[in-house]
Design a protein around this ligand. Structure first.
Ligand code: ATP
Ligand code: MG
Ligand code: MG
Length: 554
């Protein structure tokens, strides 16, 4: 492999291997905060970090960045583990930032003792004013020069629960005139009188992201800590905090940044996705309209398709918007190869073959997949009364209509050539039934002269007496706008597509009667569908994963 095919993150690792890191020292991590379910953006980070692990045969930790008890829950931890596994990756060890609370506290006490951290008990407003602006230096807190003894005492009281939330913080004493605002005495600890999902009420002070992340990387001896671009400015602080604890004999973690991935017509932020769940816009984190890994799984996406998508969009240095049609393309490509073709009718119109014997059932052989020689065949029942799609019949139509019209012929997939003779309408003029005749010698695959006769259209169909009635959920984009969360004057919730879900009743061939949640199929001429987890013994539910073609492309 040449360095050309390496992305810039892989190049960084390659260079580090030349400049001192040994292969054994490589270690990566994926560090989700358990405050929601993983989304398609996280898939990029997962594939990047675990991909590096595979490439260099290096361990990858799954580290929960659980420093905010107000938003984090065990449910999210469990969902994240399930999703990472489902994507096909194995972590070396499961870690929690909360495992390091004692170590972090001990190091913080050391910093206080060295005069590098102090307790501030001003209001957050006052501290914000003193921070200054990027072009003007800040001003020192009146508490910046408290004695070490007093700081130690106050910090201990913070830890012991002697103070109310919001009254005291521990700040690193760095540089109030740094051009990097994050270096202007950043907060290391705040008070939160909240139970934590793992440490319960052991702690009422919680470390901030910057103080936690690099030190956790260091504790775990992670060699490369890859994060998204919004942390670029944090790198200086990451390094400052590391400098305070770094021991030369150990691996020094290195933070590098890559671009956040955004998908069109949706939002990829756990906080915003949580709002959709809380406000009932969707049925849950795994609603098939959600861009979450669990939503995509329920929608019928495969782990392969998501990994291929991530691979296709690659790793970038600049943020950009990926069109959701690319994601849809990837799943179509996958399902085309892997699913069986079956017949299902979504908008049924009754068709009667008047010259076919009443009460007779004939089992026709149907090929499961033209893409897979090993997929075999199955039997499909044929009888006098069938359903076809409403849109496949017109009384009259021009030559470009390759479906059924009065006096015209089509082939019924896997079956016979039929000719439409007449139709019946209700009082409002809607067509309720089509009467046809069939050519008994034209059966597909029978080898007769009639069977080889070419007719323009082929229709899918189901036998009414044998069909299984199913609930079919058709999904559309959740938002009407390409980037709903980038408008200055509007909230992303203003762009919710009111028609993102349509539920209809469809009819499928009986081979699908025992299909299980997660099973995927191509409904011929319509699209890809998978069995939903809401399916019960007497209600088979299908989700439309994606149509056969991009219905938005014009
Ligand atoms: P969110 O706003 O959705 O909560 P986050 O970055 O706060 O995103 P984390 O749980 O902290 O979520 O993310 C875990 C890892 O995944 C981090 O390294 C983060 O940078 C990365 N990540 C999150 N969102 C994206 C995205 N859209 N594209 C690429 N990487 C992402
Ligand atoms: Mg985060
Ligand atoms: Mg977040």
């Amino acid at each position: 492999e040449t360095s050309k095919s390496l992305n810039f993150i892989e190049q960084i690792v390659e260079e580090d291997l030349l400049n001192g890191y040994t292969k054994d020292e490589l270690r990566f991590r994926f560090p989700p905060e358990p405050n929601g379910y993983l989304h398609i953006g996280h898939a990029s980070s997962i594939c990047l970090n675990f991909g590096l692990g595979l490439r260099y045969n290096a361990p990858v930790n799954l580290r929960f960045d659980d420093t905010n008890p107000a938003k984090e829950e065990q449910e999210f931890v469990d969902a994240i583990k399930k999703d990472v596994e489902w994507l096909g990756f194995k972590w070396d060890t499961e870690r929690y930032a909360s495992d390091y609370f004692q170590q972090l506290y001990d190091w913080a006490v050391e910093l206080v003792k060295q005069g590098k951290a102090y307790v501030d008990n001003q209001s957050s407003e006052d501290m914000a004013i003193q921070k200054g602006t990027p072009t003007e230096p800040g001003t020192d807190s009146p508490n910046r020069n408290r004695s070490i003894e007093e700081n130690l005492e106050l910090f201990e009281k913070m830890k012991n629960g002697d103070f109310k939330e919001g009254t005291h913080v521990l700040r690193a004493k760095i540089d109030m005139s740094s051009s990097n605002m994050l270096m202007r005495d950043p907060i290391m600890y705040r008070i939160l009188h909240k139970a934590h999902h793992r440490t319960n009420t052991d702690w009422c002070i919680y470390p901030m992201y910057d103080w936690t992340h690099g030190e956790s990387d260091y504790i775990e001896q992670v060699s490369h800590s890859f994060c998204t671009l919004e942390f670029a400015m944090h790198r200086e602080l990451y390094n400052w905090f590391l400098d305070q604890v770094y021991d030369e004999t150990k691996v020094r973690p290195k933070q590098r940044e890559f671009a956040r991935r955004n998908l069109s017509h949706t939002v990829v932020s756990k906080r915003k996705l949580a709002q959709l769940v809380e406000k009932g816009v969707v049925t849950g984190w795994d609603d098939p309209r959600m861009p979450t890994i669990s939503g995509l799984r329920r929608r019928g996406y495969t782990p392969d398709s998501i990994r291929n998508f991530v691979d296709t969009i690659g790793i970038a240095k600049r943020d950009n918007l990926i069109d959701v049609s690319l994601l849809e393309f990837t799943i179509r490509e996958d399902l085309n190869k892997t699913t069986h073709r079956v017949m299902g009718v979504l908008n049924p119109l009754k068709l009667v073959i008047t010259n076919y014997p009443e009460g007779e059932t004939e089992w026709l052989e149907a090929e499961n997949s033209p893409e897979d020689d090993t997929a075999g065949t199955r039997e499909v029942p044929f009888s006098r009364e069938l359903y076809i799609e409403q849109e496949d019949f017109k009384e009259e139509a021009n030559k470009k209509f390759f479906r059924l019209k009065l006096g015209g012929e089509v082939r019924l997939k896997n079956g016979y050539i039929i000719k439409a003779e007449s139709c019946t309408k209700d009082t409002e003029g809607n067509i309720t039934e089509v009467q046809c005749t069939y050519d008994a010698k034209s059966k597909s695959g029978s080898g007769t002269e009639e069977s080889l006769r070419k007719v323009k259209g082929t229709l899918h169909w189901v036998s009414i007496a044998h069909a299984v009635k199913t609930e079919v959920r058709l999904y559309d984009r959740l938002f009407t706008d390409e980037s709903p969360d980038t408008h200055k004057d509007k909230d992303f919730m203003d762009f919710i597509n009111p028609d993102s879900l349509t539920v209809i009743t469809g009819y499928v061939e009986p081979a699908l009667k025992d299909a299980k949640p997660g099973d995927r199929f191509q409904f011929q001429r319509i699209g890809y569908f998978c069995v939903d987890s809401d399916t019960t013994a007497d209600n088979l539910v299908f989700n439309r994963t994606v149509g056969l073609r991009d219905s938005w492309a014009k």
